[in-house]
Design a protein around this ligand. Sequence first.
Ligand code: PLP
Length: 405
Amino acid sequence: MRTFSKSHKLDNVCYDIRGPVMDEADRMIAAGEKILKLNIGNPAPFDFDAPPEIIKAMTDNLHNAQGYSTSKGIVQAREAILKYHRGKGVNVASVDDIYTGNGVSELITMVMQGLLDNGDEVLVPAPDYPLWTASVTLAGGTAVHYICDEQSEWFPDIADMESKITDKTKAVVIINPNNPTGAVYPREVLEKIAAMAKKHELIVFADEIYDRLLMDGVEHTSIASIDPELFCITFNGISKSHMSAGFRAGWMVLSGNKSNMGGYIEGLNMLSSMRLCSNVQAQYVIPAALSGTGSPDKELLPGGRIYEQRECIYTLLNDIDGISAVKPKAAFYIFPKIDAKKFNITSDEQFVLDLLRTKKILLVAGGGFHWEQPDHFRIVYLPNIDQLKLSMAEMKDFLSTYRQK
Ligand code: PLP
């Protein structure tokens, strides 16, 4: 018999958006049950609207956006992106090094398709945003996970990272600010990673999509700004910072020394041309988004929704016997630890399923983020405070008697 699918390669990946838990949630919804979704980082369903400037830029330009653009994107968008990243100290040569995409997601797949031959390895964080592992795998590579350390505010364990480099390692992925932990890496950590990447001639893929969603006065440093010679590809977009995930507007920026990258860049240009271009209306929104207007700043300050919801979920989680969580400094995720021994948890997926069936609350198990032990889960704290309070009261009640069989 012929086989017609390579989906087997994706067993065990992207469990934030698919898999047995999602199947069960879909079944329950189809049966008319109401579920509180704390599983996906999509602001719109929780009454976060895109700022009016963004909607205006999109509607004003509908007429201009009827045709394909050049494959990397309209110059106005790429000039705004160039200015933004240069403003963060990144050594970008010109707009030719900038590619727009249908969200960062499309570009993540593209950079892996262009890079990897069978057996090549890429260092990916654990926990990770699972599309990174999926894209490495689908391109024929092997994702080798380095540990981020909960004891050190979820910063990457540099020694673990370095110990996993082999002669097949091509690149290292840094997700900063991080999904699912909400960590923001300090400069010293980034300096060590940059030095390691340079020493071992690794490409750095820096996913910085949450760099405008910072709290508590923390500052974000782009790893690409640390060393002007380091070859980095930095990813960013407006899905989260401008609450407009459905517009599908993202980009990537190549920076640093490209002298050894000619073949790879040629491949990226080819792949970019093969999809013709990214959604053109959404490209017109990028200059407005990066001009600084309409950013969600006030939501991230005391009194703002994201800030107050973070305070609420952090306090309520730590108040449950058997749960502990590091306070996130960015984005809108928290990755709590559950005492697996106390609740006899051997399968985090089963725990999430049991909670879903009993309390109609949908989470993602830590395993969905390539966390190996069955002792973590992710909560998206976009729902309003009343919903968060209710869900945590329900979780507390559930855990007061839960013991996994
Ligand atoms: N990178 C990270 C770390 C994310 O969390 C997400 C979405 O959740 C993406 C990339 C994808 O974003 P986009 O909407 O630009 O495809």
